[in-house]
Write a protein that binds this ligand. Structure first.
Ligand SMILES: Nc1ncnc2c1ncn2[C@@H]1O[C@H](COP(=O)(O)OP(=O)(O)OP(=O)(O)O)[C@@H](O)[C@H]1O
Ligand SMILES: [Mg+2]
Length: 238
C-alpha cells in the first residue's frame, strides 16, 4: 500500500559544520524521495549523519546547500516562525531520550505541542485522550512523567508526537533506551501508524528494524552518503 505522491523530496543536500578553520562535511549529495505512507529505515553507525538529516527534514536545522520539500513546502527556505507552525501541524517527532517534562503528568506532556495550534479546551482533551489511548499509555495519564518506566515514557513520547495528528512521523533512535520487550511494543505501534497511512522515517542502528513486520524501505547511510536509496527491504511481509 503506497501513495504515489512524494511527501518528502530531498535534492542534492549537503551539510557541513564550520568551527574556525575546520570544516566537517556531515551530509554529502543526498537525494531521496519518500512517498506518502512509506516507512523508511535510515540505518547507519554512530556519526553517519542520521540525526542531522532528520533535523533538516524537520526544519530544525538548515542545509548548507540543496533542497528539501515537505508536502511541497520548501522547508529549508521558510522563515523560522513559518517552519514551527508547519512542524506543529505536519510533523511528529520521537527522540531517543524522550525529552519529556519530568514534573508534568503524561497528559500535560502530550498537551504541550497542541498549545500553538489554538484549539478549544475540549478538543485538546479529546486529542490528548485519543493519542494516549493509541500509544497504549492512557492508564498513566495522571502520572508525572518522572515516575514512569523507560517504556512508558517512550509511549508518552509517541502520544505527544501523535497529538496533532501529523502526516509525518520522524523517529531518532526510538528504541535505544528500551529493552527488547518494549522495543517490540514500539514496533507494534509503528505498525499501526503505518496502517493509518502515516509517512514514517526511523533513524536507527537497532537490528530489530531489519525485519519489520510490515512494508518498509531500508536506506543505509554511511559517512553522510546514502548508499542505495532504492533498496527494498527483502524481509518485509505485508
Ligand atoms: N553542531 C555540530 N557541529 C559540528 N559537528 C556536528 C554538529 N552536529 C553534528 N556534527 C557532526 O556530524 C556528524 C554526524 O552527526 P549525527 O548526530 O548526525 O550522527 P548520527 O548518525 O545521528 O549518530 P548517532 O547514531 O551517534 O546518533 C558527527 O561527526 C558529528 O560530530
Ligand atoms: Mg543521532
Amino acid at each position: 500500500m503506497m501513495g504515489d505522491s512524494a511527501v518528502i523530496v530531498i535534492e542534492e543536500l549537503n551539510k557541513h559544520f564550520r568551527s574556525g578553520e575546520a570544516v566537517t562535511q556531515v551530509l554529502r549529495d543526498i537525494n531521496l524521495q519518500i512517498d506518502a505512507g512509506e516507512c523508511i529505515v535510515l540505518k547507519g553507525v554512530s556519526g553517519s549523519g542520521k540525526t542531522t538529516l532528520l533535523s533538516i527534514i524537520a526544519g530544525m536545522d538548515r542545509p548548507s546547500s540543496g533542497k528539501v520539500l515537505v508536502e511541497g513546502e520548501p522547508i529549508s527556505k521558510l522563515p523560522d516562525l513559518h517552519i514551527s507552525h508547519f512542524r506543529a501541524r505536519k510533523i511528529g517527532m520521537i527522540f531517543q531520550h524522550f525529552n519529556l517534562f519530568e514534573h508534568l503528568t503524561a497528559f500535560e506532556n502530550v498537551m504541550i505541542p497542541l498549545i500553538p495550534v489554538g484549539l478549544k479546551m475540549d478538543e485538546v482533551n479529546q486529542k490528548v485522550t485519543s493519542s494516549l489511548k493509541l500509544a497504549n499509555i492512557y492508564h498513566k495519564a495522571q502520572s508525572p512523567a518522572g515516575r514512569l518506566s523507560g517504556g512508558e515514557k517512550q509511549r508518552v513520547a509517541i502520544a505527544r508526537a501523535l497529538a496533532s495528528d501529523p502526516d509525518i512521523i520522524l523517529c531518532d533512535e526510538p528504541t535505544a533506551n528500551l529493552d527488547r520487550e518494549n522495543s517490540l511494543k514500539f514496533i507494534e505501534i509503528l505498525s499501526q501508524l503505518h496502517e493509518m497511512g502515516k509517512t514514517i522515517v526511523v533513524a536507527t542502528h537497532d537490528p530489530l528494524f531489519d525485519e519489520l513486520p510490515f512494508d518498509s524501505r531500508m536506506v543505509p547511510i554511511e559517512d553522510g552518503s546514502l548508499l542505495d536509496g532504492r533498496t527494498e527491504n527483502p524481509s518485509a511481509k505485508s
